[in-house]
Structure formats: C-alpha cells, structure tokens
Design a protein around this ligand. Structure first.
Ligand SMILES: Nc1ncnc2c1ncn2[C@@H]1O[C@H](COP(=O)(O)OP(=O)(O)OP(=O)(O)O)[C@@H](O)[C@H]1O
Length: 361
C-alpha cells in the first residue's frame, strides 16, 4: 500500500483547452494516506471517472503528477501500477469455480499455490463465501457475483490501492447495506487504501473516513462525514449532503450583519471581507427549531418521515425546511423559526464566508 498524491492535477479532453470550462478536472491537489478509506462523491458528470482513469493509468492527465509514496507514476502503464479495481458490474469468469476466480489474480503473478490457498481461503472467509468455493460462478446471484468480484480485488497483498467504481449499482436495495457494511469491515481487517467512487451520499458517508466532494470537475470539500454535515465549506456540499439538504437563503450583508427577508440573522462568527459576490445564508433543517419568536413563517406542508417530521415553511418567497422531533404544526399555520446561530453560516458565491464560532477576528 502507498500514500497517493495528486499534485497540480488538471485534465481536459480537448487538445487546446481555452478556459476553465474546457477542463473535465480543474486543478487539484489531494493526498490520500496509506490505509485510508476514501470516497469520491459527486453527481453524474462531475469528473469522478476521469479522476479514476487517471489514477489507474487509462488516461494521462493534461497537467500535474501522480505519486505513489515518492515515486512519480504519471507515465507508468496501468499494469505496472499495482492497482485493483472493482467495477459496477461483476468481472468474473462464469465457467470457473469461485475458488479459481479468487485465485486468478495471484496465479497470474505466479504466486506459490500454498500461498494462493491461504489467501483465497482467508478472503473467502471474510466475504462469507467459503461454502461457495467449489461452485461454478455462473450459478451465483448478482450480489454474490459482486462479492467475488470484490474478493478478486482484495486478494492480492502487493497492491497500492483498491478502487471501487459504483460497486453496488447492480445490487438489490435490501442487500446494499449488507455489502456496504461488509466493505467497511474488510477495510478495517485488511488496512488497505481504498477509494470508493459513488454519487450516493449514504454509500460515501458510511464507507469513508474522508470524503472528497466534487462538482463540475472541482473538489469543493474534503472532510470527514461529520465535517461535511456540520460545516460545509460550499453550498453545493450543504445541499448535496443531507435529507433534505441545507437551506440556502438569499441574503444581503448590511454592515456586519446578514439580512434575510428584512430580518437580521445571527451567524456562527464574523463575516469575512475582501471579496464581493452573491451572498446566501446556509443552515441545515436539523439546526432550526420552532420557537415563540424569530423568523415568521407559514407552514406549507408537514411530512412524517418516520424518525421525525420535515416541516416545509415559507418566508417571503423562500421555502425553508425544518426537522422537528415532536412539533407537528398544521398546514397554513403561522410559526416562528429560530436558526441556531452557531450552525448558521454565510456563503459568498457558494464558498463559506464566516469565521468559525469563537474564532478571533
Ligand atoms: N472521452 C471523453 N471525451 C470528452 N469529454 C468527456 C469524455 N469523458 C468524459 N467527458 C466529459 O468530462 C466530464 C466528466 O465526466 P466523467 O465521466 O469523468 O464524470 P463522472 O462524475 O464519472 O460521471 P458518471 O458518474 O456519469 O460517469 C463530463 O462533462 C463528460 O461529458
């Protein structure tokens, strides 16, 4: 395993890119630590596959370098990078047994049969497929096929990183959580560096210690699931993560205060100055309470989603979601919303523009 560094990486599919819009990947610097569990999260078209293909060597970046530890591997062929990949669809040989499928990547490297046996049996035990080792892969269910496909990625000990590209796409929804937690468990047991690519926030947040969130070819935040939830550094992260996502309220800045719909809103800390731009307040539905005073709003609808209620309220022309545990206001009722100042941020042109709570100015 190795530390993976992407240094000044940028990629355009055009031979002569003119502006930032011509780049499928905007400039990025990322360091992935040896043994870490990472997710690459973003909507379709944000550049996830482009980045994976650059790491695996299928694509040479227009600019920048990829380092495995201190070694520059930017020009190295895919086969020489010692990377394992697990794709959306299982890659296994139907006519071979499960054992032979798992042994394949090792035999391909002329590993001694005794070591192959130990390794295959240990991976099969971790994946809970030991009873299938003698079965032909053709007869397996789609989720077991994908398990074997994962096993083929995990079986080698000499690899630098295992990359999973939307590996749960073909798995039945009720089995997804099982495989997801299995992968997390495998990461803990094997200590391998893993990069998990997905557009699904639940998959990313349950698997990864660190999540890289991408939008339009740009990394907008790298953080732990808690950091992404608690303090999104970009409105895209706030909106993309969470259910419902963060409320993004258009506002003006008057002096040192943010004013929304005529009302001053208390923020986590001082507003950073120095650049102009569109200003918005960001506050999550979980961080607003119904109170006896505050922002006056009208209830548009209330949805009971099991663990809590999601209240959709209207202030002026803006809709605001609030999560309540016990309060169930009626449709059309006039209520007061109290955002928690410590969890309320200002964003300028999408990027966070408030100091942290308690930070000195
Ligand atoms: N071979 C190509 N030639 C030109 N443009 C491309 C090529 N492959 C991807 N793109 C463009 O690069 C951008 C990033 O695409 P990419 O496939 O990396 O995104 P993604 O996040 O993996 O999306 P998806 O999840 O849909 O695969 C998109 O605008 C896409 O249209």
């Amino acid at each position: 395993m190795a530390t993976i560094t992407l240094s000044g990486l940028r990629h355009s599919y055009y031979p002569n890119p003119k502006g930032p819009d011509d780049y499928a990947l905007k400039k990025m610097d990322i360091s992935w630590q040896d043994g870490g569990a990472y997710a690459l999260l973003g909507p379709s078209g944000c550049g996830k596959s482009t980045l994976l293909n650059i790491i695996s060597g299928l694509l040479t970046p227009s600019e920048g370098k990829i380092l495995f530890d201190d070694k520059d591997i930017t020009q190295l062929k895919p086969a020489d990078r010692n990377i394992a990949q697990v794709f959306q669809f299982p890659v296994i040989y139907d006519t071979m047994t499960v054992y032979d499928n798992l042994a394949f990547p090792l035999r391909n490297r002329n590993i001694d049969e005794a070591i192959v046996k130990t390794r295959v049996e240990s991976i099969a035990a971790m994946l809970e497929v030991s009873d299938m080792l003698g079965t032909k892969a053709a007869g397996l269910s789609p989720d077991n096929k994908q398990k074997i496909s994962m096993g083929r990625g995990l079986v080698r000990e000499d690899i630098n990183v295992i990359m999973f590209d939307e590996p749960l796409t073909v798995i039945d929804p009720h089995l997804k959580w099982k495989l997801r937690s299995k992968l997390k468990e495998l990461h803990q047991e094997l200590g391998a560096t893993m990069i998990y690519v997905t557009h699904d926030q639940t998959e990313a947040l349950t698997f990864a210690d660190q999540v890289v969130v991408m939008q339009d070819g740009e990394v907008v935040q790298i953080g732990t699931p808690v950091e992404l939830f608690e303090r999104p550094t970009h409105t895209f992260v706030g909106h993309f993560i969470g259910s419902p996502g963060m409320n993004i309220l258009p506002c003006e800045v008057v002096g040192e205060q943010a004013v929304f719909n005529g009302s001053p809103i208390a923020l986590e800390g001082a507003i950073r100055t120095g650049w102009e731009g569109r200003t918005e307040i960001g506050v999550r539905p979980e961080h607003i309470t119904l109170a006896s005073r505050g922002l006056e709003a009208r209830v548009k609808k209330v949805a009971d989603v099991g663990r809590h209620n999601v209240v959709e309220a209207i202030v002026g022309d803006t809709s605001i979601s609030v999560i309540t545990e016990h309060d169930t206001p009626n449709q059309g009722e006039s209520i007061f919303l109290a955002p928690d100042p410590v969890k309320t941020r200002l964003y300028r042109d999408g990027w966070i523009a408030t100091e942290r709570a308690g930070a000195s100015q």
